[in-house]
Design a protein around this ligand. Structure first.
Ligand SMILES: Nc1ncnc2c1ncn2[C@@H]1O[C@H](COP(=O)(O)OP(=O)(O)OP(=O)(O)O)[C@@H](O)[C@H]1O
Ligand SMILES: CC(=O)C(=O)O
Ligand SMILES: [K+]
Ligand SMILES: [Mg+2]
Length: 571
């Protein structure tokens, strides 16, 4: 019944850069078709809950599948599982354990914490609640920490007021002075000392990319008097940009460090709390990323030695939101583990009409370079206040899904909106609908995926995944199975955006959660046996017992360990 194709690699050429953490052994190239063995030795599917392997083994009696995914699979049918991943920003509206659980049940794959807001204690309590829910309720929600960055922004508004309203014609003072709370009336503090020197009378000052607009009318020492020209709501710590003669003034921003001293403290905190992703705000160029990544890798190594086995590196996500990043886009994406189209600030730094094309370009480039990409900000902005989205918002969400971004993100909608669960439901149902429509109508664009491998072994993996995805579409298989230690082959399959879902079995807790950001991947944790047949059979019986697959389903299995492709019916 089963057919397998094994591509056995030779050792990588010494002059090529060493591959990513690799599974290659030195063997002669050969191509063989062999019938499957049906032995059953125990491969153990274990929980993703972050326990040590020995603790995890105790919970290995069954298969720990993400409870929310399992429910979605049963509700929508196997082939219709949602492919687009969902990220929710956690804030006052969703920081309680009950609210977090509701989001996890509703399909949140990644919880984002914005370090612009809240204290470490607050963030720690959210992270621990997410971990506890994962452990107790069987979710696999990853945590993403998002740095503040050092672009110019306002301080807190002081006092109890969560926001303030600026009216047309009012004069407000923007100041770098430190005030005692509450602030004097119509006063806003600014986070960088050179502010009063840098602005000129006549400059236009935009709060949050234009939600409120001022004109600079007078400078008095550290205070800058501004006339409100476009009234609106001012939220604490909102970003500020200033424009002169129609251009963004950026001299000072270019000198600000991408990772400020506060960000480093936050990153230390994120590492200590074991977050899966660190998103770096206002990345300008690629240089900063490798130094951060190597620090994270070194720390991961240390953790592996002293804390527990199976801790993998923290992934670095570059937020594309600064005008400078667009000049260095490809290098930045290459250097990172993923990217975010942070349309909020991006739209304050480039003309708004350029944002859609820029989004499309970033999404495409990320897919070509095999990096997960998140489309973020204002997807359902009106749902902060209303229980239903505007039609235009639904169209925007649809477009991001159609572009086949890996993930969509909620910001204020989930952090401080009135309808976080409803907003998540909209993302989920629109994603499902568009994905289905596109599959049924076979509307997928054929994107040319360039070779990205940097070693012979990686080339083999890439060829295997490209072929497996193509075979899966042509044979209309029910699922792709990938057994992957580094996650690399899972991401290569995801990159092909095949028609069927991808079951990704990996052997560490953190890698499993990390895979949860990638399009179409349904990650499981499995303690691998060296024997593929064992892994397959064990997986089949456990998934069958959970009703997630059934006898006769056609699957294609690939593996990093054997570099093989097998086509088979579930026995
Ligand atoms: N941890 C938090 N505590 C309090 N309010 C929060 C928190 N996280 C988010 N918010 C609220 O939700 C709004 C939207 O969140 P979002 O993460 O998009 O932040 P932002 O401040 O707009 O900036 P950016 O996303 O560019 O860092 C914020 O402006 C803030 O009012
Ligand atoms: C998400 C974010 O940082 C932005 O849109 O600006
Ligand atoms: K941020
Ligand atoms: Mg931003």
């Amino acid at each position: 019944m089963a057919q397998s194709l094994h591509l056995i690699s030779r050792s990588p050429s010494p002059c090529l850069p060493s591959p990513k953490p690799s599974f290659t052994t030195s063997r002669k190239p050969s191509l063989s078709l062999r019938p499957p063995l049906r032995r059953r030795i125990s491969a153990i599917l274990v929980s993703h809950n972050g326990k040590t392997p020995s603790a995890a083994l105790e919970t290995a009696a069954g298969i720990d599948v993400d409870a929310a995914t399992e429910a979605e699979m049963k509700e929508n049918g196997f082939r219709s599982t949602r492919r687009t991943k969902l990220v929710c920003t956690i804030g006052p509206a969703t920081c309680g354990e009950e609210q977090l659980e509701a989001l996890a049940v509703g399909g949140m794959n990644v919880a984002r914490l914005n370090m612009c807001h809240g204290t470490h204690e607050w963030h720690r309590s959210v992270i621990r609640s997410v971990r506890r829910l994962n452990e107790e309720k069987g979710f696999a929600v990853a945590v993403m920490m998002d740095t503040e960055g050092s672009e110019i922004h306002m301080g807190d508004l002081g006092g109890a007021a969560p926001s303030a309203r600026a009216e047309d014609g009012e004069v407000w003072t923007f100041s770098v002075r430190a005030f005692k709370s509450p602030l004097p009336e119509r006063t806003i503090t600014v986070n960088y000392d050179g502010f009063a020197e840098d602005v000129k009378v006549g400059d236009e000052l935009l709060v949050d990319g234009g939600m409120v607009r001022f004109e600079v009318i007078e400078k008095i020492g550290p205070d800058v008097k501004c006339l409100c020209t476009d009234p609106g709501l001012i939220l604490p710590r909102a970003n500020l940009t200033f424009w002169r003669d129609g251009s963004l003034v950026r001299e000072r921003n270019a000198m600000l460090p991408t990772i400020s001293s506060k960000d480093w403290l936050d990153i230390d905190f994120g590492i200590a709390e074991g977050v899966e992703f660190i998103a770096i705000s206002f990345v300008k160029s690629a240089e900063i990323i490798p130094s951060l990544s190597s620090l994270l890798a070194a720390l991961a190594h240390l953790f592996t030695e002293v804390v527990f086995k199976g801790f993998s590196d923290i992934a670095v996500v570059a937020k594309i939101e600064s005008i400078d990043s667009l000049k260095n886009l490809e290098e930045i994406i290459r250097a990172s583990d993923g990217a975010m189209v942070a349309r909020g600030d991006l739209g304050a730094q480039i003309p708004l009409e350029q944002v859609p094309a820029t989004q499309q370009k970033i999404v495409q480039l990320c897919r070509q370079l095999n990096k997960p990409v998140i489309v973020a900000s204002q997807l359902l902005e009106s749902m902060i206040e209303y229980p239903t989205p505007t039609r235009a918002e639904v169209a925007d969400v649809s477009e991001a899904v159609r572009q086949r971004a890996d993930a969509l993100m909620l910001s204020g909608e989930s952090a401080m909106g009135q309808f976080p669960d409803k907003a998540l439901t909209v993302l989920r149902s629109v994603s499902l609908r568009i994905e289905k429509w596109w599959r049924e109508e076979k509307r997928h664009e054929t994107m040319v995926l360039p070779d990205i491998a940097s070693s012979f072994s990686d080339s083999i993996s890439e060829e295997i995944c490209n072929s497996a995805a193509k075979m899966a579409n042509n044979l209309e298989v029910d699922a792709l199975f990938v057994f992957t230690k580094t996650g690399h082959m899972a991401s290569l399959l995801s990159r092909c955006r095949p028609d069927c879902p991808i079951f990704a079995f990996t052997n560490t807790t953190s890698m499993r959660r990390r895979l949860n950001l990638q399009w179409g991947l349904i990650p499981f944790r499995l303690t691998f046996s060296d024997d593929m047949e064992t892994n397959l059979n064990r997986t089949f019986s456990l998934l069958k017992a959970r009703g997630m697959i059934k006898s006769g389903d056609l699957i294609i299995a690939v593996s990093d360990m054997l570099q093989s492709i097998q086509v088979m019916n579930v026995p």
